[in-house]
Ligand binder design. Structure first.
Ligand code: ATR
Length: 274
């Protein structure tokens, strides 16, 4: 029987996930389809019950449901539980629903695809302390990065994540700017740089060293003002597109037991974003 998958969120019409997953189904000759479903906050409970009743094999969850859906699921993956958010639901063989978070791991897969796995002993600076940053922090730790500094405008939020990690340090934005040369990997994980939002940089890059790896979680625009400035200063940049593609690939693998072609997908989406 044909399998079906979905992404639920509000808004949802802009999502590139349906095109991505349907392309992978075609490439791998899997008899399945993936549809976007607009779900408002007040309808989430009913939507989850409906997806279950109507036999969805799994679905992605995006803003604003990543946290609120948790109590509606039967089981949560331990790392996702620590992150306090999920983006992927898998209907298991017995019909129960299990939640995973593939955003953070997606970021690390994308980073390592771009620059290799040999940077785990470097100092990492994570800028921002919202949901995205929290997911990346736990994933970095899980993948063996243990020197993590988090800086944020509101430092107490960075301290809270560091406390939960049990290692690393919280910094003010100013401290991070002054000590920028210490870090081998710098990750922009605030909402700044989105084409719809403010275009200023979260921190100054004056002290950026050449060859530093600088990544952004924003992929629209592909080259954010932060990445443009970093590239000007001789950094090796990693766009946010890889995180998006790999979070999808990891979800796909949970659902179907196959890791789809991420490189081809990156090229396809890059064309669309141009
Ligand atoms: P997400 O879940 O996408 O990470 P979020 O939880 O709203 O989104 O977090 C947004 C992040 O961007 C936060 O780290 C926020 O800093 P504060 O915690 O101090 O609010 C950061 N951010 C947003 N606008 C900012 C700005 N103008 N300058 C610096 N940081 C900003």
């Amino acid at each position: 029987m044909k399998k079906w998958f979905a992404v639920i969120g509000d808004p949802i019409s802009h999502s590139k996930s349906p095109d991505m997953h349907n392309t992978w189904f075609d490439e791998l000759e899997i008899d399945a389809t993936y549809i976007p479903i607009h779900v408002k906050t007040e309808d989430l409970n009913q939507a989850v019950a409906s997806l279950k009743l109507l036999g969805a094999s799994g679905w992605n969850v995006t803003v604003p449901h990543k946290e609120t859906i948790i109590p509606m699921l039967d089981k949560i993956d331990p790392i996702a539980e620590k992150m306090g958010a999920i983006n992927t639901v898998v209907r298991q063989e017995d019909g129960t629903l299990k939640g995973y978070n593939t955003d953070g791991a997606g970021f690390v897969h994308a980073l390592e695809e771009a620059v290799g796995k040999e940077h785990k002993d470097q100092k990492v600076l994570l800028i921002g302390a919202g949901g995205a940053s929290r997911g990346i922090a736990f994933a970095l730790q899980q993948y063996g990065y243990h020197q993590i500094s988090i800086c944020n405008r509101t430092i107490s939020k960075a301290e809270a994540i560091i406390n939960e990690l049990g290692e690393g340090e919280a910094l003010s934005l100013e401290q991070a700017e002054n000590r920028l040369n210490e870090f081998g990997i710098i990750i922009q994980a605030t909402s700044l740089g989105l084409s719809t939002g403010e275009q200023k940089l979260p921190i100054s890059l004056d002290r950026l060293q050449k060859e530093t790896i600088v990544a952004d979680i924003v992929y629209n625009p592909l080259i954010t003002p932060f990445l443009a400035e970093a590239e000007n200063k001789g950094a090796k940049i990693v766009t946010g597109l890889g995180m998006f593609v790999h979070q999808g690939a990891i979800a796909f693998n949970y659902w179907l037991g196959q890791y789809p072609n991420t490189e081809k997908m990156m090229n396809r989406l890059m064309e669309q974003l141009k």
